[in-house]
Design a protein. Structure first.
Lengths: 188, 326
């Protein structure tokens, strides 16, 4: 009677532990998916803002057609990106093109004093920040999810139920790391 | 969700637990007042005969205390906002567009829903967060804060407030704010009824058994006198620890501790007290709204009577963090 009881208790504890681990992994997986959706929302917002911006400033910046074209092309590429890594690379390129555009716009007084442009610039700067923070959150939660799958003994549960590590949203190209910063001191 | 997840969960449950303790302590305190009312005014004594035969005021007070503690939790945020004259800031208003953007950025960074945004028409820079939980959170900033800080500094301040939201500090702080107000009212009421009942006291202390009655009365009076003092000290002690933690959480969200340090510097330089913010809600704010003279002093006693740690020390710690990042 004694040994049987101990075995039953052990089995119950083991099953309870497995259920807990499994539920923890499912929660994390959903948080990762939700984190990615957050990034996606902000990326879409950026895509929507860019045509507005281009239309507002193209009159004043007729000598910078090439830069404008680059932004439009980068946006087109980013819109059609598929998957985390692809999106990360193309969005990085878009952020670079936008940064360059803003840097150039600084030398056009007609633009820097235009309320409309200022508003758009604040919206884009904020969207840029939101993308950054959403990415920070996504990467943190994804790292947590991946670690939970890899450490012992969680990896047993992850293996049995076929959990797979998620991709981090990384900027791969070293050249894109030094994206020119959008000027944030517009309020003054 | 970031560097120290375990700590955050511990922090959250500690704050939830402390909120319950504060609420229960408040209900007991109100019951204690009611008990005094029973003994000295209605002539109740345990086992003895009295007007109603059972401690009616004690029971009524316990119920009242419990209900108002719960009300403090549910509607504390609204009364804190109302008492500081905070007005909801519209996201459509171009003046508050940037503030809304920043709040949304910080909500994204912390993975929480976006809190409601309020602006207090006061020229002194200050800010606070309040609410029952992260799903019902409000962040209020003064007009002075919007006017004197640049975008990055404002982001640092909002990140600090978001730290309070995420750690459930807002729940504990809001309940304390609501109950400090209630304690003040009750003490006022209690000391009045004491004066009113002074004539009948001799009578009732005879009934409640001489010496024991006097000792009870002394305890009751001391309790009455100390209650506002103790509740303020409690608010201060709770608040001081929270500020360092919220600074750290804020830095963790923006990864830019330098901006918060320079925001605190500017807030510190504005020596004017924030007039809109009343004494009972001081512990909610990012910097002591009652003027910064006390917060500049270090040392045990200065700190015991201050709702906030010395602002210079906070700036120093934040600057230390930004050197580590660089």
């Amino acid at each position: 009677m004694g040994p049987l009881l101990i075995l039953i208790i052990l089995a119950v504890v083991l099953v309870a532990w497995a259920i807990m681990k499994y539920n923890g992994l499912v929660t994390l997986r959903n948080q990762v998916a939700n984190g990615w959706k957050q990034i996606d929302v902000q990326l879409k917002r950026r895509h929507d803002l860019i045509p507005n911006l281009v239309n507002t400033i193209k009159g004043a910046m007729e000598f910078e057609q090439e830069t404008l074209q680059k932004v439009i092309a980068a946006r087109g590429a980013a819109v059609s990106a598929t998957g985390v890594a692809d999106a990360a690379a193309k969005e990085g390129a878009l952020a670079g093109a936008l940064g360059k555009l803003f840097a150039l716009a600084e030398s056009y007084p007609a633009l820097t004093s235009n309320e409309n442009v200022k508003q758009l610039q604040e919206e884009l700067a904020s969207t840029e920040n939101k993308i950054g923070f959403a990415r920070q959150f996504y990467n943190d939660i994804t790292t947590k999810f991946n670690i939970a799958q890899q450490v012992f003994p969680g990896n047993i549960i992850a293996g049995i139920f076929g959990f797979r590590p998620s991709e981090l949203f990384e900027i791969k190209d070293a050249g894109e790391r030094d994206v020119p910063q959008v000027d944030l001191t517009l309020r003054k | 969700m970031s560097a120290t997840p375990a700590n955050i969960f511990e922090q959250q449950s500690a704050n939830r637990r402390k909120t319950v303790i504060v609420m229960v302590a408040f209900a007991l305190f109100v019951g204690f007042l009611g008990f005094g009312f029973d003994v000295f005014l209605l002539g109740y004594s345990p086992g003895g005969r009295s007007l109603f035969g059972f401690p009616i005021a004690t029971i009524a007070a316990l119920i009242l205390g419990g209900v108002s503690a719960y009300a403090g939790l549910e509607s504390g945020a609204r009364s804190v906002l109302a008492s500081s004259g905070a007005l909801p800031a519209s996201a459509e208003d171009p003046r508050y567009r940037q503030l809304h953007n920043i709040v949304e950025e910080m909500a994204i960074a912390s993975g929480l829903p976006k809190p409601q945004v309020y602006v207090i028409p006061d020229p002194d820079p200050n800010a606070f967060a309040t609410g029952k939980d992260p799903d019902h959170a409000c962040i209020a900033v003064t007009q002075g804060l919007l006017d004197s800080l640049n975008r990055e500094e404002l982001q640092g301040v909002i990140a600090h407030e978001m730290g309070h939201v995420r750690n459930y500090d807002i729940r504990l702080m809001t309940v304390i704010a609501a109950l400090i107000g209630a304690v003040m009212l009750l003490v006022e009421f209690g000391s009045r009824s004491l004066r009113f009942g002074a004539g009948g006291r001799r009578n009732s202390s005879e009934r409640s058994g001489g010496g024991g009655g006097v000792i009870l009365l002394v305890f009751w009076v001391i309790g009455l006198i100390l209650a506002p003092f103790v509740s303020q000290l409690l608010a201060m002690a709770v608040s001081r620890q929270r500020e360092f933690l919220a600074d750290a959480s804020g830095a963790e969200l923006t990864r830019n501790p330098g901006a918060l340090a320079s925001a605190l510097q500017k807030i510190d330089e504005a020596v004017e007290p924030t007039r809109s913010i009343k004494k009972g809600t001081a512990h909610l704010c990012i910097a002591n709204p009652l003027g910064s003279s006390l917060d500049d002093k270090e040392g045990f006693f200065a700190e015991l009577f201050s709702t906030h740690p010395p602002i210079r020390r906070r700036i120093m710690i934040l600057k230390g963090m930004s050197y580590q990042h660089a």
